[in-house]
Design a binder for this molecule. Structure first.
Ligand SMILES: NC(=O)c1ccc[n+]([C@@H]2O[C@H](COP(=O)([O-])OP(=O)(O)OC[C@H]3O[C@@H](n4cnc5c(N)ncnc54)[C@H](OP(=O)(O)O)[C@@H]3O)[C@@H](O)[C@H]2O)c1
Length: 248
């Protein structure tokens, strides 16, 4: 039976691959992003994405975040699956003591407070059998100099996932997380372009035991698995998909 699935930030990268994978399973998918043009470009590249419903939403705007869930409530009345994936390129890079305070606040908001609020809305739209995956990071499991607030926000998301998982399973709803390692998406392409280093990708390949970046579809497979019946006994777990990076 087709499920109602929300994937936040589905116009690029891991979110886009996740939208596509759910569509292939025959699910009804709702996604969002700040820029309609990015989504339109994605649909031009991959016509199958047109089956998803895209809503132009900036989740950093409280009203727009709340409105997204009102629309889902009015349109579908419920959610079966939700993936909290949306995240902007890290606005707070550099040595912690020197990063501008507003950038630190923005990073905390983007990678913790926004998914935390989405999680609350999603739980209120779900019933037994529902499943939620928060997209964490290997940076949520270990220290990350020069991206300390991003790492702290993802650590907080890890803690929230496990605590809420224990509450939600009492209603038959499973909450888990996925922690990707290096995954080649637009944020990495942007970083390569901005650094002016055409060898960034091959240099970074060298730090991964598997010898390469993940493809977004490889992360999407894990997300979709956690939301499937095959994972029905998995609760409050973080599935690390990092080619071995966090073992070092
Ligand atoms: N790529 C990696 O190496 C990596 C590693 C570990 C964890 N992760 C995590 O994986 C997730 C996805 O990363 P990615 O690399 O796939 O990102 P990405 O390619 O930069 O895509 C991010 C998506 O989120 C949307 N978005 C960003 N800010 C938003 C906002 N305020 N409101 C609504 N939508 C917003 C973007 O669309 P618009 O720009 O149009 O809004 C886009 O669709 C993130 O949670 C990230 O922290 C990524």
């Amino acid at each position: 039976m087709s499920r109602i699935v929300l994937v936040t930030g589905g116009s690029r990268g891991i979110g886009r691959a996740t939208v596509k994978t759910f569509l292939e399973l025959g699910d009804q998918v709702v996604t969002c992003g700040r820029n309609l043009s990015t989504w339109q470009k994605a649909v031009e590249q991959d016509a199958e994405l047109a089956a998803a419903e895209f809503l132009t939403v900036d989740l950093s705007e409280q009203r727009e975040l709340d409105e997204l869930f009102s629309q889902i409530q009015n349109r579908f009345g419920q959610l079966d699956v939700a993936v909290n994936n949306a995240s902007p390129a890290n606005p707070a890079t550099g040595q912690y003591a020197s990063v501008d305070t507003p950038a630190l606040a923005e990073s905390l908001m983007a990678d913790f407070w926004i998914p935390a609020q989405c999680l609350k809305h999603e739980l209120n739209l779900m019933r037994a059998g529902g499943s939620i995956v928060n997209i964490s990071s290997v940076n949520g499991l270990r220290p990350t100099p020069n991206a300390a607030m991003y790492s702290a926000a993802k650590h907080a998301l890890e803690g929230l996932t496990r605590s809420v998982a224990l509450e939600a399973i009492q209603d038959g709803i499973r909450v888990n997380a996925v922690a990707p390692g290096l995954t080649w998406t637009t944020r990495w392409q942007l970083r390569a372009d901005q650094s002016g280093n055409p060898d960034l990708r091959s240099e970074m390949n060298g730090i991964v035991p598997a010898g390469r970046f993940a493809e977004p579809a490889e992360i999407a497979s894990a997300i979709v698995f956690l939301c499937s019946e095959r994972a029905q006994y998995i609760v409050g777990h973080t599935l690390v998909i990092d080619g071995g990076v966090s073992l070092k």
